[in-house]
Design a protein around this ligand. Structure first.
Ligand SMILES: [Zn+2]
Length: 247
């Protein structure tokens, strides 16, 4: 087997893709588009409608340049240290194309099916794996989500895999767990129009484990109850009991 070459030439982030013709950084160009529409661009907002084809590639370049500056300010010799030579690029790609991608791409298509057989029994979907990061430290949040749906005859049902897709889309942004579950519940409620909806999220916050209090066992659990889950304590109990048994 050929030996994999580990030393690669230093990739210098290209300024070309990251700046407009008059030298304005691409992030500024995008920010101006957003501000012209008076839209919000917090860490957990999706800004896909302001992103044009090719912009993400340019953003990777811009983030890489700035990440290189961070490494330099951390006094890391990225020129002789082969481990960090392309770190700025790797981190930029990871942020834009992977872990924060839910900010930049459009909502996944959620094909809806009419509730032909008039299902009105509790459905539980989960555990859905959650990979996110906290807005405060950009530290990973790793956890699970359970979704409870009580449909009625007018509800629209979505395919099982779509629950994972929409969860991933919301979570692949810097988030605050309590806001993330509410956002997910709002989206599902709007789409499915169920009689009741419940979302429970349990997660490890690496900003509690890796830094700060360094408490490896602390978890955060949040729940959002809507409609019949709020009004009917038996339904709520049934959902929580089933979720606990499966976790
Ligand atoms: Zn944090």
């Amino acid at each position: 087997m050929p030996i994999k070459k580990t030393l690669v030439a230093k990739k210098v982030p290209s300024l070309k893709k990251a700046t407009s013709e008059d030298g304005i950084p691409l992030s500024t160009v995008i920010r101006r588009r957003i501000q012209a529409q008076k839209a919000r661009f917090h860490a957990n907002d999706n800004i896909a409608e302001f992103i044009k084809p090719g912009d993400l590639e340019g953003l990777v370049d811009e983030v890489a340049q700035k990440m290189q500056g961070v490494l330099e300010s951390l006094v890391i010799d990225t020129e002789s240290d082969h481990n960090t030579r392309n770190t700025s690029f790797r981190v930029a790609k990871m942020f834009v194309n992977e872990v924060f991608n839910g900010r930049y791409v459009s909502q996944p298509e959620l094909t809806k099916f009419p509730n032909i057989t008039h299902l009105n029994e509790l459905m539980i979907i989960g555990p859905i794996t959650v990979r996110s990061a906290c807005s405060h430290h950009l530290c990973p949040i790793m956890g699970k989500i359970w979704i409870g749906v009580l449909p009625d005859k007018d509800s629209a049902l979505i395919g099982l895999s779509k629950y994972s897709r929409i969860t991933e889309w919301v979570m692949c942004r810097p988030q605050i767990q309590e806001e993330a579950v509410v956002e997910l519940a709002d989206l599902l409620e709007k789409k499915i129009k169920p009689t009741g909806l419940a979302v429970v999220m349990e997660a490890d916050h690496f900003c509690m484990q890796w830094r700060g209090v360094k408490d490896p066992d602390s978890k955060m659990i949040n729940s959002v109850m809507r409609g019949s889950f709020l009004k009917d304590s038996n339904l709520r109990r049934e959902f929580l009991a089933l979720v606990q048994r499966k976790s």
